[in-house]
Design a protein around this ligand. Sequence first.
Ligand code: NAD
Length: 252
Amino acid sequence: MQAASSKVAVVAGGGGIGGATARRLAEAGVSVVIGDLSKDNAQAIAAGIRNGGGQARGVACDVREQGSVDALIATAIDSFGGLDYLHVNAADLQIIFQDSNAVDVDLAVFDRTIDVNLRGHLLCTRAAIPRMLERGGGAIVYTTSAAAFIGEAERPCYAMAKAGINALMRHVASRWGGRGIRANCVAPGFVATENNRKTLPAGFLEEAVKRTRSTRVGTPEDIAAMVALLLSEEGYWINGQVISVDGGATTR
Ligand SMILES: NC(=O)c1ccc[n+]([C@@H]2O[C@H](COP(=O)([O-])OP(=O)(O)OC[C@H]3O[C@@H](n4cnc5c(N)ncnc54)[C@H](O)[C@@H]3O)[C@@H](O)[C@H]2O)c1
């Protein structure tokens, strides 16, 4: 049985890191709604949480569509009575393989990347903030990436989208911090999720460990622990920050 809590969270973008966040929040007694492009994925995460005694619902959601995002937030209100926490985590990670360089990249790749990975985060923000204000505040965590600030020789569209999320987060913290809404970003290093393990070339994991100051690559649970802290009351004095959780791959 989970510890009791009256808090309600939405995770937009299930997958590896989002799924781990949903499970982590549910373990703390938070009621969770998971929205994902893959309804099956969202529902599987929610079913796993319910089987463990938690409260969760999984729904289809496309963060590119305001109506779909509004419906995701409405599910939290209708099912659990309100909204306190939001983890905006969705990203199209398949298109990264076409995200070559600023000269050669197909602009359709740029448009698609911005649509999902940045505009989608704005749409989630717009839907959530009025509902959080009704409860006297809340907390938002966006999943960004070191790609936003390290300056890589490839995947410029991904980096631009992630840098945009950092800017959005700082705006939200500045605009609504005084009304009780906090916003932060978590910037993961390489995290071996079920999805990306399928496509890793031989030797990739060993090379990824060498880029850290650690003994292993990240797990979804490493990131979920930080997201849960940032959302919780224990994270109350953390606002407007980009927090790297990457085994020391970047030091700033
Ligand atoms: N895994 C890593 O190494 C890593 C590193 C740095 C940052 N990140 C970031 O972490 C986040 C989660 O990544 P992950 O590795 O868990 O990936 P993942 O592919 O397991 O999860 C991403 C989820 O987003 C969903 N999604 C894609 N398009 C969507 C849309 N239009 N609407 C709603 N949902 C959509 C996918 O269905 C998927 O379930 C992403 O924002 C990613 O950029 C991951």
